[in-house]
Design a protein around this ligand. Structure first.
Ligand code: FAD
Length: 186
């Protein structure tokens, strides 16, 4: 692949768009092919946590180092509560944010729409409604997980609870995985 070859990326999820931004800013011509007609199509302003607790660098600094601006709505969480399988609760606190609460979906202020705007500003061509059947080109396959290893379901609802983050581990609550509740005032 020469430097003038267009790079095709399959999938306009966070991985595909982040990759597209980095490559386009490095001077490459990039096309993102996305099956659906918008970004974040699986989500409807759902909260997700952008994890930072396992990293040496804060995740936003890591993104900035890759040329990705955190111009999506985000909110740092330094503390939370974890329940073990016996129901014991543990307060968890970090010296810096454990994660950033953000929103997913095609709407304004979400991670997905911010990455889309940055990709377009960097000159990336995005083709929506473009189902890639076979992928023989040199390029990047960022089509997301093929099969869910667990059942992942999210629910968004209004509550008058205080802001906070709660995580529960254990077979009864979340067989083979975890369940979490994230509350943030609108
Ligand atoms: C309910 C729920 C809660 C979650 N909570 C969190 C959380 O709090 N924190 C966290 O970090 N992660 C969370 N996740 C996981 C997170 O959403 C995914 O890890 C992330 O979206 C993966 O990004 P990706 O770009 O790899 O793939 P995806 O977001 O799956 O994007 C892949 C894209 O490729 C497109 N595509 C697929 N096949 C083709 C094809 N053949 N041709 C063209 N386009 C194609 C798809 O339409 C899709 O837009 C959660 C997931 C769910 C379902």
């Amino acid at each position: 692949m020469t430097n003038s070859t267009k790079i095709v990326i399959v999938g306009a999820g966070p991985a595909g768009l982040a990759c597209a931004i980095v490559l386009a800013r490095a001077g490459r011509q990039v096309i993102v092919r996305e099956w659906k007609d918008c970004v974040g199509h699986r989500f409807h302003d759902d909260f997700q946590g952008l994890e930072s607790w396992t990293r040496e660098l804060d995740v936003l600094e890591e993104l900035a180092a890759a040329g990705i601006t955190a111009d999506f709505d985000h909110h740092p969480f330094e503390r939370g509560t974890v329940f073990d399988p016996s129901g014991h609760r543990y307060a968890v606190k970090g010296l810096r944010p454990l994660f950033y609460l953000l929103r997913r979906g095609p709407g304004q202020g979400t991670l997905d729409s911010a990455l889309l705007a940055q990709a377009r500003a960097a000159g990336v061509e995005i083709r929506f409604g473009d189902w890639v059947k076979t992928f023989a080109d040199a390029g990047v396959l960022a089509a997301g997980p093929r099969e869910a290893g667990v059942i992942a379901a999210g629910h968004v609802f209004e509550t008058d609870m205080p802001d906070g983050a709660w995580l529960a581990l254990g077979h009864e609550v979340a067989p083979g995985g975890y369940a979490y509740l994230l509350v943030q005032a609108a």
